[in-house]
Write a protein that binds this ligand. Structure first.
Ligand SMILES: CCc1ccc([C@H](C)CC(=O)N[C@@H]2O[C@H](CO)[C@@H](O)[C@H](O)[C@H]2O)cc1
Length: 820
C-alpha cells in the first residue's frame, strides 16, 4: 500500500506508536518488547476502537434523536471477516498504523493474521449482509444490522485422507476487541408454555402466558465503519443468557444436573451456527434461534420507537425492516404479537403496521432450501406466535375464497399453513411490502415460478435487485497492489463512487498499463503460493495458470463437472492426445454441509484426482489439482487477487446471483460461466466476448425438465472422452486411502444428472480450451482482464444499496455537509 507518505504522517505514526505502547502496558501490564503478536494485535485493535468511538456515539445518538428513518437489516448470518485492516483503510489510518508498527519492529501482515475470522455465516447470504453494512455506512444511510452472536461460527474444515473433517470454530476465544456488551439493552424471550386469550369487560384482549421458559437476549454491538465517512453504523448481535445462572433450590436438593440444565438449554440458543446452506434440518434449536433473534430485535425496535416517538402507528415511517431470506420471518408475527398483546392495538391496526414495515429478500429457488416448519413443533414452542400465524392464514383463505370461490388448488398453493407445515416464504410474501430476488434473472424466476400465484395479483410487489460487493474489502483490503495501480492511474474516486472505475477502460489498450497489471497479478500469485505453503503446507506453482472454483460445495454449482473435465484432461495428457498446454493449477475451495453426503464425496473425489495427477510423471508437471482447506473470507481475500480464470459454471436457473463471480471480475480474472444469476449481467457490462460463456440456457433446461427428454447415459456414451473420464469414478484408478470409489457420484451423473453436468460437458470443454488459447496470447488476455476490472464497477454493493433505497427503503442519507 505504498502511497507517498503525506506530510504529518511521521508525527501521527509516532503518536500512534506511543498509544500502542501505552495500551500494551495498561492492558497487559508488560512493556511492549515482551508482548506477543496476539497482545500487540489486541492493543492495536483497542487503539483503533478508541479512534472509532466518538463518531460511533455521535451518530448513534444523533440519528436516534433526529428520528431519521432507519433500515433494520435482519439476518441470521453476517460473514464479516477480519476487521482490523478494513477499519484502518476506511478510517484512512492504514499507513499511519503500519509505520507505527514498523517502528515497533512488527510488520502489519503478522499482526493482521492474528485476528480471528468471525465466521458467523455460511456463504453468499451472510457475506452479502456484511458487504451491505459496509455500503450503508459509507453511503451514510441510517442503518442497523441485527443478528446472532454465535459462540461457535461456521466449522473449521480440515482435510484428512482427502475427506472433510469439521472442527468447532471458537472464533471469540482470542477476545473480540470490536464488540461492546450492552448490558443496558437486554430483553426476555419466552418459549413454550401455554397461552390464554381473555377478552376483558372493556373488550380488550388480555393474553396470559404460563409455564414458559425464559431466555435473556444480551446484545453485543460492533461498529460498522464507513469509508472515509464520519457515519458509523452498528451491527448488534444477540447472545443468549440464562435468566438465572444456577437454580439453588434444585442444587440444594442435590439435583445438580437440572440445577444447570435450564442454563445450558438457554445458552445453547446462540451456541453454534447451523452449517446448512440449502437443506434446513428443521431442528427445534434452529427455530429457537430464529425466534430468539426476531423477538429480541422487535421488542427493542418497538421499545426505542415508543421511547423516541411514542406513536407506534408511525413505526413504518421511522424504521423499515429487511428480512434476509426466510430465516427471520417470525419477526412479522412477533411485531403483531407485541402490538396487540403489549400495546393494545386491534388486529387490523397491527397487521396494517406490519405490512408497511417489512420487506423480504429471497436468495434461492432450491425447493429443498425453502423453510417449512412442522406446525406441531411451532405450536408447542411458540404457542402465541402460532396462533397469530393461524389467524393470518385463515384470513388469507377467506380472502381467496371470496375472490376465487371453489379454487382449492389456489388456496393450497398460497396458504401459509398447509399439510401440517408452516411455509415461511408464503408468510413473508403475503406480509411484505416488497419482495426481491438478487439478480435480474432470479427476480424474473420468482415472478414466473416460485411466487407466480402471488405475482399475478400483486405484480408491483416483486422486483430484482442485483447483488453487489464492497470494493473496500474486495479491492483496497484484498488487493492493495491493484488498488494502488488504479489509484495511480485514475485517482482514488472509485472507492466512494463505483462509476469512476469506468475510466480505466481505455487503459486496456495501453501496453505499459497492461504490463503493470500483469506484474500485479504475478506478485499476487506469488503471495498466494507463499500463504498456501505457510498456512496449509501445500505447494503450488505461482507461474502456473490459476483456474479457481471457490464457493460452497453444492451439486448445482457443479464442482463435479469441473472434476470430471480435469479427468478428461488427465486422460488426454496420459494418452498424448493433449500435448501443448500451459502449466495449469486447478484450485478448489469449498465447504460441504456436514450432512450433505454427495457434497462431501465430491471433496473426496477432488482430493483423489489431486493424488492421481501428482502420481503420474506424464501429468504432474503439466498440471496440479489443489484443494484449499477451510475456505473463508480471509482465504478468499488472498485467493481472488491471484486468480486468472474464475469458474462460475452452475446449471442455468439455479444460482440466484453469485457474488464471488463479481469479486473475481473486480480482481482482474476472466470468467468461464453459464448464463445464470449475475453472470448474465456481467456479460452485459463487459461484453460476452470478454468472458467464456457456455452451456444450456435456462429455457433449454426448463424444456428438458418439463418433457423428461434428457438421457445423460446416452450423452456419455456418445462422447468417448467423457465416458473414459467417468470410468475413473468406478474403475479403482483413483487413489483413495481406503480404496473406496465413487459409485454414488457416478450413478448420480449416469442415471439422472439432475444438474445437466454431462449435457454441458462438451460446451464446457470448448470454452475451457478457448480460455487457454486466449491465455497464450498475453496481450489479448491482459486486455480482456483490464476490461473486466474496469467494467465491474456496476457490481459495487453501493449501487445495490442505492437501488434498495430508491425502490424499497426511502431513507435520507445523513446530510452530506456533516459527512466531510
Ligand atoms: C435453512 C438453510 C439455508 C441457509 C442459508 C441459505 C442461503 C439462502 C443460501 C445462500 O447463501 N444463497 C446464496 O445467496 C447469495 C446472496 O444473495 C447469492 O448470491 C447466491 O446465488 C445464493 O446461492 C438457504 C438455506
Amino acid at each position: 500500500r505504498n502511497n507517498p507518505p503525506e506530510a504529518g504522517l511521521a508525527e501521527r505514526a509516532a503518536e500512534t506508536r506511543s498509544r500502542i505502547e501505552e495500551k500494551v502496558r495498561k492492558q497487559f501490564a508488560i512493556p511492549i518488547d515482551e508482548a506477543t503478536p496476539e497482545q500487540v494485535y489486541e492493543a492495536v485493535g483497542l487503539c483503533v476502537r478508541d479512534d472509532i468511538m466518538d463518531s460511533w456515539i455521535t451518530w448513534r445518538t444523533s440519528t436516534q434523536r433526529s428520528g431519521a428513518k432507519c433500515v433494520i437489516y435482519l439476518s441470521a448470518e453476517f460473514l464479516i471477516g477480519r476487521l482490523l485492516t478494513n477499519n484502518l483503510i476506511n478510517l484512512g489510518k492504514y499507513e499511519c498504523y503500519e509505520m507505527a508498527l514498523r517502528e515497533l519492529g512488527y510488520d502489519m501482515a503478522t499482526i493482521e493474521e492474528v485476528e480471528s475470522d468471525p465466521a458467523l455465516g455460511n456463504g453468499g447470504l451472510g457475506r452479502l449482509a456484511a458487504c451491505f453494512m459496509d455500503s450503508l455506512a459509507t453511503l451514510g444511510l441510517p442503518s442497523m444490522g441485527y443478528g446472532i452472536r454465535y459462540e461457535y461460527g461456521f466449522f473449521r474444515q480440515e482435510i484428512r485422507d482427502g475427506r472433510q473433517v469439521e472442527i468447532p470454530d471458537n472464533w471469540a476465544f482470542g477476545g473480540a476487541v470490536w464488540e461492546t456488551a450492552r448490558t443496558d439493552r437486554t430483553y426476555e424471550v419466552r418459549f413454550g408454555g401455554t397461552v390464554e386469550e381473555n377478552w376483558n369487560s372493556d373488550g380488550n384482549l388480555r393474553v396470559e402466558y404460563r409455564d414458559y421458559q425464559s431466555v435473556i437476549a444480551k446484545p453485543y454491538d460492533m461498529p460498522v465503519v464507513g469509508y472515509r465517512s464520519p457515519y458509523t453504523g452498528t451491527l448488534r448481535l444477540w447472545s443468549a443468557v440464562a435468566p438465572k445462572q444456577l437454580d439453588l433450590v434444585q442444587f440444594n436438593r442435590g439435583d445438580y444436573e437440572s440445577a444447570s440444565a435450564d442454563r445450558e438449554l438457554a445458552e445453547s440458543i446462540s451456541k453454534v451456527l447451523y452449517p446448512e446452506d440449502s437443506h434446513p434440518r428443521g431442528k427445534e434449536l434452529r427455530l429457537r434461534q430464529q425466534y430468539f433473534l426476531v423477538s429480541a430485535t422487535m421488542q427493542q425496535i418497538v421499545d426505542s420507537h415508543r421511547r423516541r416517538n411514542g406513536d407506534l402507528r408511525k413505526l413504518p415511517d421511522a424504521v423499515v425492516v429487511q428480512i434476509n431470506d426466510t430465516h427471520p420471518t417470525l419477526a412479522i408475527p412477533e411485531l403483531i404479537r407485541i402490538l396487540i398483546d403489549n400495546e393494545g392495538f386491534s388486529w387490523e391496526e397491527a397487521v396494517e403496521i406490519a405490512e408497511r414495515t417489512f420487506n423480504y429478500t429471497n436468495h434461492t429457488l432450491l425447493p429443498e432450501a425453502l423453510e417449512c416448519w412442522p406446525a406441531p413443533l411451532m405450536r408447542s414452542l411458540l404457542p402465541r406466535i402460532y396462533r397469530i400465524i393461524e389467524t393470518i392464514d385463515a384470513r388469507l383463505r377467506d380472502r381467496i375464497w371470496q375472490t376465487n370461490p371453489g379454487d382449492a388448488d389456489l388456496i393450497s398453493r398460497l396458504a401459509i399453513i398447509h399439510d401440517g407445515k408452516v411455509r415461511m416464504a408464503n408468510l413473508c410474501v403475503l406480509m411484505s411490502t416488497k419482495v426481491n430476488g438478487v439478480s435480474q434473472l432470479h427476480g424474473k424466476l420468482l415472478k414466473t415460478r416460485l411466487f407466480r400465484d402471488f405475482y399475478v395479483t400483486q405484480p408491483e410487489k416483486f422486483l430484482g435487485i442485483t447483488n453487489g460487493i464492497t470494493q473496500r474489502r474486495w479491492l483496497a483490503v484484498a488487493n492493495p497492489r491493484l488498488n494502488s495501480l488504479i489509484n495511480d492511474t485514475i485517482g482514488e474516486g472509485f472507492m466512494r463512487d463505483w462509476t469512476k472505475l469506468e475510466e480505466l477502460v481505455p487503459y486496456a489498450e495501453d501496453a505499459s498499463f497492461r504490463q503493470k497489471f500483469d506484474e500485479v497479478k504475478r506478485e499476487n500469485k506469488r503471495d498466494f503460493a507463499t500463504w498456501l505453503e505457510r498456512t496449509h503446507g501445500i505447494s503450488i506453482d505461482p507461474e502456473s495458470f490459476m483456474d479457481v472454483q471457490a464457493k460452497r460445495l453444492h451439486e448445482y454449482k457443479r464442482q463435479l463437472l469441473k472434476a470430471v473435465h480435469i479427468l478428461s484432461i488427465y486422460d488426454g495428457l496420459v494418452s498424448g492426445r493433449i500435448t501443448d498446454m500451459p502449466k495449469v493449477s486447478f484450485v478448489f475451495a469449498a465447504k460441504a454441509a456436514p450432512g450433505y453426503v454427495r457434497a462431501k464425496d465430491t471433496i473426496r473425489l477432488i482430493n483423489a484426482i489431486s493424488r492421481l495427477v501428482a502420481g503420474n510423471e506424464r501429468t504432474r508437471d503439466a498440471m496440479s489439482v489443489v484443494f484449499v482447506p477451510n475456505y473463508d473470507v480471509s482465504t478468499a481475500q488472498v485467493l481472488m487477487p491471484a486468480t486468472d480464470l474464475s469458474e462460475q459454471i452452475s446449471t442455468a436457473g439455479f444460482e440466484a446471483s453469485g457474488t464471488g463471480n463479481m469479486k473475481f471480475m473486480l480482481n482482474g480474472a476472466l470468467t468461464i460461466g453459464t448464463m445464470d444469476g449475475a453472470n448474465i449481467e456481467m456479460a452485459e457490462e463487459v461484453g460476452e466476448e470478454n468472458m467464456f460463456i457456455f452451456g444450456a440456457r435456462v429455457e433449454e433446461i426448463d424444456r428438458m425438465k418439463a418433457d423428461h427428454s434428457y438421457r445423460p447415459r446416452e450423452v456419455a456414451q456418445a462422447d468417448g472422452r467423457l465416458q473414459k473420464a467417468l470410468e475413473h469414478l468406478v474403475d479403482g484408478s483413483l487413489p483413495t486411502s481406503d480404496n473406496s470409489r465413487f459409485e454414488d457420484l457416478y450413478h448420480s451423473l449416469m442415471d439422472s444428472d439432475p444438474y445437466f453436468a454431462l449435457y454441458d460437458f462438451d460446451a464446457y470443454d470448448k470454452a475451457f480450451w478457448e480460455a487457454l488459447r486466449v491465455y497464450g496470447d498475453r496481450d489479448e488476455w491482459l486486455r480482456r482482464a483490464v476490461l473486466n476490472t474496469a467494467r465491474s464497477g456496476y457490481f459495487s454493493s453501493d449501487r445495490t444499496i442505492n437501488e434498495y433505497n430508491e425502490a424499497v427503503w426511502h431513507l435520507t442519507p445523513i446530510d452530506d455537509a456533516a459527512r466531510f
